[in-house]
Design a protein around this ligand. Structure first.
Ligand code: HEC
Ligand code: HEC
Length: 152
């Protein structure tokens, strides 16, 4: 029952967040977890496997097109794996489409407006020291892999 309520709240928040050009005020407390083993293995080797619902389809396409220089790292994949992973990310991406009039599709979740707002003033020095960087979601959100961001 509790799970059902959680899921429902998550879906509701998600629907809300995706209806305002990714500039929504609040982050979702839950996003669907990643079920694909290939995505988990290849995109979870260096950091948390970020859930596709956090970014629109165009963002994932852009990220997948630039794996040879992925935030300064070479994250290149063979063609077959890359195609499968991109298909999964796009299929499960944020439902709201990116409109090019808003600018280039974002490739960082940590730069989205709701992300900045949600974390501003919320991070203790101790928590930041432990995490090292804001991209290390799991250091603070212990259930991040399950898509649960409401546990801190
Ligand atoms: C070789 C290591 C490596 C692999 C493999 C890798 N990444 Fe990354 N990724 C990074 C680094 C380094 C960053 C930048 C981290 C930072 O700024 O703290 C990053 C950042 C990201 C970000 C932006 C995080 C944010 O919101 O600021 C996304 C999204 C991302 N990666 C997606 C992917 C996807 C999708 C895959 C699989 C196709 C993948 N990564 C595989 C190293 C990797
Ligand atoms: C240094 C600790 C820390 C790191 C790293 C961090 N967060 Fe957070 N996050 C917090 C705190 C604290 C809050 C605000 C308290 C709250 O709303 O639960 C928060 C709030 C959120 C929320 C809103 C939750 C809600 O209930 O509305 C989301 C979504 C979220 N973070 C996602 C992420 C993602 C994705 C990453 C990694 C890319 C990340 N966070 C990295 C500490 C962190």
């Amino acid at each position: 029952m509790k799970k059902a309520i959680f899921t429902l709240t998550g879906a509701f928040v998600l629907a809300g967040m995706l209806s305002s050009s990714f500039a929504y005020a609040d982050g979702p407390d839950w996003v669907p977890p990643i079920r694909d083993k290939l995505v988990k293995a290849e995109c979870g080797a260096c950091h948390l496997t970020y859930q596709p619902a956090f970014l629109p389809a165009k963002s994932w396409k852009k990220i997948m097109a630039g794996l040879d220089d992925h935030f300064g790292e070479d994250a290149t994949l063979d063609k077959d794996a890359a195609q499968k992973i991109e298909a999964y990310l796009v299929t499960n991406s944020g439902r709201r489409k990116w409109n090019d009039s808003w600018g280039k599709p974002p490739i960082r979740i940590t730069k989205l407006r709701w992300f900045v707002k949600e974390h501003r003033g919320e991070i203790s020095r101790r928590a930041m020291k432990k995490a090292g960087t804001m991209t290390n979601c799991k250091a603070c959100h212990l259930a991040a892999e399950r898509g649960n961001y409401d546990d801190d």
